[in-house]
Design a protein around this ligand. Sequence first.
Ligand SMILES: [Zn+2]
Length: 49
Amino acid sequence: MQKVINCPCGFVLKGDSDEDVVKKAQAHAKQVHQMDLSREQALAMAKPA
Ligand SMILES: [Zn+2]
């Protein structure tokens, strides 16, 4: 199932699965926000696409 995260910075991130969206969210959080995002935090932000 596709999931989408709308980051507060305006970045929209899509994943093909929970794993995919979590991986992309963690990479984005680290690169752009210097933040370590947990799997739970990433999934809490994810919505069905
Ligand atoms: Zn962001």
